[in-house]
Design a protein around this ligand. Sequence first.
Ligand code: GLA
Length: 744
Amino acid sequence: MKNCLKLYNQFVLFLFLFSPFLTTGSATAQTAPVFRLDGGGATYAFGVNERGELQPLYWGGRLGSQDQIPPAHLFPEWASFDSPHTTTPEEYAGWGGGLFTEPALKVTFADGNRDLVLHFVKATRNDTQSKEILLKDVSRDVYVTLRYSIDSETGILGRSASIENREKQAIILEQVAAAQWTLPRAQYALNYLTGRWAGEWTLNQEPIHSGARVIESRRGSTGHQANPWFAISRTTRQLVTAPDVSEEEYGEVWFGALAWSGSWRITVEKDQLDAVRVTGGFNPFDFGYKLNSGEHLETPIFYGGYSNHGLGGASRLLHRFELAHVLPHAPDPKPRPVIYNSWEATEFRVDEPGQAALAEKAASIGVDRFVMDDGWFGQRKDDHAGLGDWYVNSVKFPSGLKPLIDKVHALGMDFGLWVEPEMVNPDSDLYRKHPDWVLNFPGRPRTEQRNQMVLNLARPDVRDYIEGFLDKLLTENDIAFLKWDYNRNWSEPGWDQVSIDEQRRVYVQFTRNLYSILAKLREKHPKVEIESCSGGGGRVDLGILQFTDEVWPSDNTDPFDRLSMQDGFTYAYTPQIMMAWVTDSPHWLNGRATSLTYRMLSSMQGSLGIGANLNHWSAEDFATAKRLIAAYHTVQPTIVRGNLYRLLSPRGNSPFSATETVSRDQNQAVVFAFANATQEGRGFPLLQLQGLNPDTEYQLSWIEGNALAGTPEAASGAWWMGHGILLDLRGDFKAAAFHLDRKP
Ligand code: GLA
């Protein structure tokens, strides 16, 4: 006991002296390599400790270029229960030695050995902006290459791993992370996004307590229920409960996003010694990936960044990074065309005259793109039949799609089409011909959802079929855009075409084949743009966003609900990809009645679309929509590419909310404000703007609404940010919008 206490005291002294990163030199470690990456406002460093393990050294604000980072050094044992394998953080920990914390890699060898201890071999690349580090097990021929690259502008790092089996026999990979992130020893709050169908993008904020918080999808795809993004805010006090513990514009935040559209897992762990680390990659649940001799497995990229401007700063860095490095056409993806889509108006009842009539009305209000949704193909009358049969329904479109497409073009719009390529209805020619093509375990029931099953994209013949019909569709028709839907999750994920021990590769191969189809279609049809939709926001992540230009955040288009969803969405993703339709009132989901102006302004916070039944609109509705679409077109680049400030959060049933976006050159700011439920006559809170140039004179122009008397028509950035603006905005579901422009 006495001994334990002595050890404890020594350890506390050690923590105190060497926190937050607990690195100190030793005679042997002085010469050990240290690797450092600098970008934007961040520095990241790791090194090799005296036992040969790769150990994190620093992740935080940018250090001076001459600053020396002390080499890595093993942490001491914690009594006789936690050896240095557990007390010393690693960049990529194998499960072996005495590791009790979350491993990055867990392996079973052919002879039953399950011990894996990874040591540094060499740096195979060591540039200022990127590193490649080779690790190897202490005795077996299992090699791991860790890749790092840092973006010089945002300081966002991309990390991934490649696992290579040079053993003579196959190994089973039970757990494979893309990366592990270690944070300085401090108190933190975790921010993460959860949801469900029609209720995506809820921002959760909670203290990080001891233990592990797991956010994940076991569904075969990204999922509505959790999104592969996290942000960890440093707090100055011990948190017990924590509604709204994270500051929007102040303080340090470490954040990350996993670029993978299959089953994934992110584990945020505060261990027994209060060290906080985040491990993310393939979901180990049911994983068991067989890696044959000579093969390697690449992980997805796990991006991570650092901001010292709170969650707002973190999301602005991510937005910029997504536009500059992730999306197709990066670094300059075009703002999205304003679309019309009749799904909520007509559902499956699409035909040539009906769509043509809607197209005329859509063109009259300034829509750029007309999209035909579900119902145009096979024997598709409702959701019971047709998926898989991608030929044009000859009753609804007797002369094919060409007459409608020509009409849409003549009206000055381009044409888009809905597809759901990975699915099949049992009532389809495709399923009757190829019942073995769906995910299934032979002899077991096949669970249907929405009367459909999932095609096993991991199979080469299924991949080729999907690529083939889409290529044909795009070659034969002048289609500018695909809305690519995915309306259920996996069940019975069997793949009996391959040997039993290789069937679990489906978790990787399905998603890889999806990416490969998307990449090939884009290569063959470079003008085609694609939206990722999965019954709303069920497949939004930085993996799919390499191949898709936009996403459908939710099937819930209620303009009030959307304010909170859009708020949550923008913590992780840029408004450029956030499609937002104006639909009918009262809303089908909540029965809430709102004005067209309120609906338009809610949608104008992202990439605007119209999804209402235009056949029911009045002349006044057309005039309002036309005016607001024209206004939107003039400020859209600022809204979707600028720096976003969430001035007033709609979360927690706030009666008010407001956002501001400032163009990168600080020449323009666009503000949206919403009074959702005024009570007791309370005025709209003062809006003190952010991100303007204090010395620039800005002219105020209204899109909708007004300020209280006495507001100047022009004033300095300092005035708008310091004095602020009081809006004349009250009532229920009322909205205002204005912009400030640099005076010539
Ligand atoms: C999904 C989409 C909707 C619509 C329908 C069509 O639910 O999210 O927008 O396209 O499918 O069936």
